[in-house]
Design a protein around this ligand. Sequence first.
Ligand SMILES: [Zn+2]
Ligand SMILES: [Zn+2]
Length: 243
Amino acid sequence: MKAMFLGTGAADWSGPDENGEYRRLTSTLLDGTLLIDVTRSTLASIKDPSAVTDVFFTHSHDDHFDPEALRALAPCRVYAHESWADCIKGDGLNVIPLQIGVPVEAAGFTVTPMPSNHYSDRENETTLHYLIEKEGKRLLYATDGGWLTTRENQIVGDRKLDGVVFDATVGEGYSDDFQIFHHNSVDMIRLMRGALVKTGRLQASSPVFLTHLSRTLHDTQAVLERRIERPLIVCYDGMEAYL
Ligand SMILES: [Zn+2]
Ligand SMILES: [Zn+2]
């Protein structure tokens, strides 16, 4: 399974920062065909947009869901939790409502929706993380959200993970930021990784990808790479990884 991190920034990125660094809004492409979240910057980052057949949304925040950019990807299948899927409309969009814990087959992947600890402006929306499986490899995709939820932990069960993608909005030294109630800090990710390893669901050497980094709560990529230990991997835009 090949993951391409098209964008690795949280909602507070709108252009290069004072260091000249830039993170586009978070969106990730798997094997060139399955796209997770579509932002205003996603299309320009995909080499072959016509190869994308299936689009999964984690939630409807506008740094993850851009209806105009999505319509430019049509025709395609679009998956979102049933609590808001009927808000997604457009020519050539085949919208499939998702239910918690009920897997769907898409582009050769098996994708299981799980509830995340996040929120949206749509009062009744259930926000999602995904367990993604293909050809014996299994990825836990966990943006946005603080911690993993109890239900999510139950759905993963004793299944072995080959990698995890975590929302790492809050950087080191900022763990008392108010956003920890709906996003992770790097310290929280270290604790979750430890628990996943201890319960035998993640190998000690398995990659843990950090994405959705806030502009104001993180240092430069070079500093982060020096400071944050493997197997935590600080993603950058355009980074490719293989499971
Ligand atoms: Zn976000
Ligand atoms: Zn969000």
